[in-house]
Design a protein. Structure first.
Length: 268
């Protein structure tokens, strides 16, 4: 069976060339995706059938892994996610230089490949291997700097887990127009940890101006989960749920950095 290949089609630009079977079973794949939430057993059967007939179908491996993880079969799920990532890695030629190459999300053919780096990185984070997770997210950002997947937020979190506020600040500066709660308060956190108190205070002023509920959540004594204001999936920016979600993901850094919460109280 023809393997997946990463092919250069212009100077520094690359695209995934999928084998014929991936296209032949695309309709079956999308049918299975539609059924994952409502008829998981049927979706499982369909995805397994696709994998049996097309062993280079990254998305079939990946989504069957997601399905298994969602029903508590994490060993089988993680194994499938890693198989999908192995297929992606095997497609990379020896002459590929990630520092000078682009695999853009805008090309639909590239998305399954890029998804595997995010999926494996998330599993590595769950295992506490933040070094390897940061490598996966870093690769994704190098080849797709527009970051349609939100890898920059995951990479930022990894840097704080690794007690590396300097790298966190480098990433924040790379996306200097980023006004998310993660980057706004991440700048406060990183500057404070590095002893840059004036910069931390200035960053806090910006963070409070853009996401005032973030600071209020950080200084609370009790953190109660509010209703998610978003419709459907996702999180509404600027809402109580976003502030709560940010705290739950990053409270370790705030509570374990001596004097930081008092600094927020005094300067907000």
């Amino acid at each position: 069976m023809t393997k997946l290949k990463l092919v250069q089609f212009a100077d520094g630009e690359w695209e995934l060339d999928h084998p014929k079977c991936v296209h032949e079973y695309s309709s079956d794949f999308y049918d299975a995706i539609e059924l994952m939430d409502y008829e998981p057993a049927t979706a499982e059967r369909k995805l397994k059938a696709i994998i049996k007939k097309c062993d280079s179908h990254i998305d079939a491996f990946l989504h069957l892994g997601f399905l298994y993880n969602s029903i508590g079969k994490e060993i089988e799920g993680n194994d499938l996610i890693n198989q999908a990532h192995s297929i992606a890695l095997d497609s990379i030629p020896k002459n590929f230089d990630e520092q000078n190459a682009e695999i853009l999300w805008g090309f639909l053919e590239n998305r399954p490949f890029l998804r595997t780096f995010q999926a494996v990185g998330l599993e590595l984070m769950k295992e506490g291997d933040f070094v390897k997770a940061s490598e996966k997210f870093g690769f994704g950002l190098n080849v797709n700097p527009n970051d349609n997947q939100g890898l920059r937020y995951l990479l930022l979190e990894c840097y704080f887990h690794l007690n590396n506020p300097a790298r966190a600040l480098e990433l924040i500066k790379l996306y200097e127009n980023e006004a998310s709660i993660d980057f706004e308060y991440g700048s406060v956190l990183a500057n404070y940890q590095l002893g840059n108190l004036k910069k931390a205070e200035k960053s806090l002023q910006s963070a409070v101006a853009n996401s005032p509920l973030g600071a209020k959540e950080i200084i609370k004594k009790r953190h109660t989960k509010p209703k998610n204001e978003a419709f459907g999936f996702g999180i509404a920016m600027g809402g109580k749920y976003e502030a709560y979600d940010y705290w739950m993901r990053t409270k370790k850094f705030w509570t374990e950095t001596e004097g930081l919460i008092d600094f927020i109280k005094e300067n907000m």
